[in-house]
Design a protein around this ligand. Structure first.
Ligand SMILES: Cc1cc2nc3c(=O)[nH]c(=O)nc-3n(C[C@H](O)[C@H](O)[C@H](O)COP(=O)(O)OP(=O)(O)OC[C@H]3O[C@@H](n4cnc5c(N)ncnc54)[C@H](O)[C@@H]3O)c2cc1C
Length: 478
């Protein structure tokens, strides 16, 4: 038995669900979502809090936590309309601190950070042929040219803050990030809004707009597509891990690009494309790189840090020993999200980056929590209002590097990359007007890599296919 559908969507994350919803609302009900995992949502994943001090029934998000671009974010608009998402603008008071300074005044880093960003822009505007270097290298260039006009503190804290923003936006170390593109497109269209009761609620706001019968009959979980054959001009043939064959007229692929770059046929997530992907796509695949933003959630019995500060920013000028196991406290910049401020709950969430995030994922479970606490205790002690802080009652961390269906957090721009726009253009071009690519990494601007970017991509591809189908119907009438 072969199942045929007008449109098949690979992936049941926000991109895939939005595409299915728009196709449905546009009159194309004969669609199917094939999802490899045993759950929907992809990189949107909320877990329950076990914190006894939990005041507001909060959840923790291992994937997306914020509505970015809140002036241009349809997921945020829907959250307001439905009234079921608890959110918080966590852009109130913040504290920047380091190993030797518990409260770094903003004038010590702000102007230097702005000047470094201007320096990068001007450097590449004046000399577009200058080879891309790492963000760390261009910062060193700036300092060597301008150090006579800077104080020691400005150098230390200015660099520290640039490094922190870059690493904790991209999830990658600044000596690996592209100087040319790391801050490109990152200016947001509006404030950031933190979701307190789980992004799952946001995802379900989309999912539940599909009728129940669709959700029961047209979504298949535990179904990994491992072969896509588009040799036949009429039908695309898909094969899944349970050896089932599906055919369709149109295909929307929302698989993270970190999986599309796998070229080893022995890899479990390898996709056998027949014929092979066209050159406009294979040419850009070597430039795709996924960063590793991670989170560590620390639950405590009591709140022993200020509850009137939204975020704590830990700055460092340490150079970590990259050999794997010798990391020390203060080797990496860290952002702490304060649940005490937003929900009177004794929880801190640390945002972390590569290589620390994969190091933590791979620690042996028998020593993991102790090692994590040893690394972060001095940072949390620095923001504490008591002298001997208690150990956390529970620690959770994100799994994205070792998750086989994500292999990293989201796309980032490594040094030497091609212009990211070329990657986006290659995917939006699709193949033969019948295989289309959606996914958070296929949109440009500040939505790239974000949940609402995924939503926009699903909307874009559903619109394209609806137009193609309308054209088909018109041609058949003529
Ligand atoms: C730690 C972290 C923090 C983040 N923070 C934010 C934030 O604060 N705000 C924000 O807007 N965004 C954030 N993001 C990004 C956001 O989560 C993603 O951009 C968005 O969820 C991606 O949605 P998607 O549908 O494009 O991809 P995914 O959610 O990855 O969905 C793709 C789906 O395809 C499935 N799949 C893969 N291979 C196959 C196959 N062969 N066959 C069938 N199915 C397959 C996967 O299982 C997955 O469900 C964060 C991400 C991470 C990891």
């Amino acid at each position: 038995m072969v199942t045929h559908k007008k449109v098949i969507i690979i992936g049941g994350g926000i991109s895939g669900v939005k595409a299915a919803l728009d196709l449905y609302n546009g009159g194309v009900e004969d669609t199917l979502i094939l999802e490899a995992r045993s759950r929907l949502g992809g990189r949107l994943l909320s877990i329950d809090s076990t914190n006894k001090t939990n005041q507001e029934d909060i959840k923790y998000d291992l994937g997306a936590s914020w509505f970015h671009d809140s002036l241009n974010n349809p997921l945020f608009d829907k959250a307001i309309e439905k009234g079921n998402v608890k959110y918080y603008f966590d852009d109130g008071r913040s504290i920047f601190f380091s190993a030797h300074n518990n409260n770094i005044e903003h004038w010590k880093y702000e102007v230097v950070m702005d000047e470094i960003l201007a320096f990068i822009t001007l450097t590449y505007e004046r000399n577009p042929y200058k080879p891309d270097v790492s963000l760390k290298e261009i910062c060193d260039e700036y300092i060597s040219k301008h150090k006579s006009h800077l104080t020691e503190d400005q150098i230390k804290y200015g660099l520290g803050v640039v490094r922190m923003w870059a690493e904790l936006w991209h999830g990658e170390s600044w000596d690996k990030l592209s100087a040319k593109y790391s801050f490109d497109g990152s200016s947001h269209l509006g404030r950031n809004v933190f979701v307190k009761n789980g992004y799952k609620t946001v995802f379900n706001n989309e999912l539940n707009d599909l009728p129940e019968s669709y959700r029961i009959n047209n979504i298949k979980l535990n179904t990994q597509v491992n072969s896509i054959n588009y040799t036949n001009k009429k039908q695309i043939i898909l094969k899944t891990n349970d050896n089932t064959i599906y055919t369709c007229d149109y295909l929307i692929v929302t698989i993270p690009q970190s999986l599309l770059i796998i070229n080893d046929p022995k890899d479990e997530q390898y996709i056998n494309w027949q014929p092979v992907l066209p050159t406009h796509i294979t040419d850009i695949l070597p430039s795709i790189h996924y960063g590793s933003l991670g989170k560590i959630i620390f639950e405590f019995d009591t709140i022993f840090w200020p509850d009137n500060v939204d975020r704590f920013y830990a700055i460092t000028d340490n150079i970590p020993d990259n050999h794997g196991s010798n990391y020390k406290s203060w080797d990496f910049p860290t952002i702490f999200i304060n649940y005490a401020a937003m929900a009177k709950t004794a929880t801190l969430v640390a945002l972390i980056q590569a290589p620390l995030s994969s190091y933590i994922e791979n620690l042996d479970s028998s020593i993991k929590n102790q090692r994590i606490w040893n690394l972060f205790q001095p940072l949390i002690q620095s923001i504490s209002i008591i002298s001997n802080i208690p150990a956390p009652t529970k620690i959770y961390h994100t799994p994205w590097n070792s998750e086989k269906y994500s292999r990293g957090a989201y796309a980032t721009t490594k040094v030497g990359t091609i212009n990211p726009e070329k990657i986006i253009n290659a995917f939006t071009q699709g193949i033969d007007n019948r295989i289309k690519f959606a996914g958070a990494e296929t949109v440009d601007g500040s939505a790239n890599g974000c949940a609402h970017g995924g939503w926009f991509s699903g909307q874009r591809e559903a619109k394209f296919i609806l137009q193609q189908i309308a054209l088909e119907q018109l041609q058949s009438k003529l």
